[in-house]
Design a binder for this molecule. Structure first.
Ligand SMILES: NC(=O)c1ccc[n+]([C@@H]2O[C@H](COP(=O)([O-])OP(=O)(O)OC[C@H]3O[C@@H](n4cnc5c(N)ncnc54)[C@H](O)[C@@H]3O)[C@@H](O)[C@H]2O)c1
Ligand SMILES: [Zn+2]
Length: 365
């Protein structure tokens, strides 16, 4: 069961492969990262992840004949900024071996590192090749597929960025063993999201294998990551630049983001907020008569088994609605929400009323 898996992301000439396995970082080469004819590699990582994994990655790249160097920045969303971007760019263009078309940028870390390093790669010399080696479950199953790169701006999250597809993605599930349990659970919330929007079988897998997944058993992790990458890849391949069904990936996120903002960033994890957001969205769908109460209950039970919250006693429904109205994903001033009809089947709605949202949020108490 621990065999390696390769999932194609089909985007025409921007296609690439996502490789998932255990122990892949130790044997990584530019080729396994999807890039040929590489002379220099710039590995971008945050200090915490770099301490754990950078030495092995640099050694593997050098033994593959590439001249590799490491660029680091301090860990945390608060450093996903234009200032950090500028510093990394100065280092990339200033010191070390010259950067040219044969340079590969490698992002080693969670979603923050992927977004930042990807944006550096998207803009250095008007676009360098890059590869991702994600080290959080959230980055494995979500951020590593789709080519969205960005930094935050005082005016909002991810407001400065670009679409820039990587040459390849290499996921070593062994890195999840050092990930704090709360971060692991945060990634599991995105897996439940994928199950609800596309794959009822995946929900069954999450229910049956919850314990092994929480313990990071490699076989189950490879299976989980591969299935989720395949779902995200299919959604992205159908709608690369988010004009249509890629919006399904926002299931649980409209109310979830508002809860994240309400609680204050860092107070609850993104995944915890999404778990609450999915629970509230299902409440709306049940109230509309479009989703079975039993299905909503099943999702709630699965979230709880995976150690995720479905209740929060301090939410102010009016305030959450107010925050939701400022979401940048809204279209034409309307609040857009994704609602489930059944497990694996969702639809986009633009007609949410303040009352149904308030009631759904109140139901979380
Ligand atoms: N580009 C996309 O499509 C996309 C999709 C979803 C999220 N994102 C972005 O991803 C970011 C969140 O990603 P994240 O949750 O991975 O956050 P993160 O990168 O900050 O990592 C979370 C924490 O885990 C630590 N960490 C990472 N890997 C570790 C490991 N293997 N062992 C021990 N500790 C480790 C980090 O130091 C950090 O403290 C947000 O900025 C979000 O906007 C992007
Ligand atoms: Zn998310």
């Amino acid at each position: 069961m621990t065999a390696e898996r390769t999932i194609p992301v089909n985007l025409g000439e921007r296609s690439y492969a996502v490789r998932v396995g255990a122990g892949l970082l130790r044997k990584l080469t530019p080729e396994t990262l999807g890039a040929r004819d590489v002379r220099t590699v710039a590995v971008i990582s945050e200090k915490h992840v770099a301490e754990l994994y950078a030495a092995g990655v640099l050694e593997a790249l050098r033994s593959a004949g590439a001249s590799a160097r490491l660029l680091t920045f301090p860990a945390g969303e608060q450093h996903k900024t234009l200032a950090t971007y500028a510093k990394l760019m100065d280092e990339l263009l200033g010191g070390g071996p010259p950067i040219d078309r044969r340079t590969l940028v490698v992002a080693l870390g969670g979603g923050v590192t992927g977004d930042l390093a990807g944006f550096v790669a998207a803009t250095a010399l008007r676009g360098l090749r890059w590869a991702q080696c994600p080290t959080t479950l959230l980055a494995d199953v979500d951020a590593s597929v789709g080519g969205k790169t960005a930094v935050d701006h005082p005016a909002g999250k991810n407001l400065v960025g670009a679409f820039h597809q990587p040459a390849g993605v290499l996921i070593d599930v062994e890195t999840l063993r050092t990930l704090p349990a709360r971060e692991l659970r945060s990634g599991l919330a995105e897996c439940v999201k994928h199950a609800v929007i596309r794959d009822a079988d995946l929900l069954g897998f999450l229910e049956r294998r919850a314990e092994a997944l929480l313990a990071c058993a490699p076989g189950e992790m490879i299976e989980l990551v591969a299935r989720n990458v395949a779902i995200k890849a299919a959604v992205v391949a159908a709608d690369e630049t988010e004009h249509g069904e890629r919006a399904h990936l926002n299931f649980g996120h409209t109310i979830g983001h508002a809860i994240e903002t309400f609680a204050g960033y860092g107070q609850i994890t993104h995944g915890e907020a999404v778990a609450l957001g999915m629970t509230a969205a299902n409440h709306v769908a049940v109230a509309r008569g479009m989703l079975d109460a039993a299905a909503a209950k099943r999702v709630g039970a699965a979230l709880e088994r995976l150690g995720l919250p479905t209740r929060h006693d301090a939410l102010d429904a009016d305030e959450i609605w107010r925050i939701m109205q400022h979401d940048k994903k809204n279209v034409g001033g309307k609040v857009r929400m994704i609602l489930a009809r059944a497990m694996g089947q969702v639809e986009i709605f633009d007609d949410l009323s303040p009352d149904e949202v308030r009631q759904a949020v109140a139901s979380l108490r």
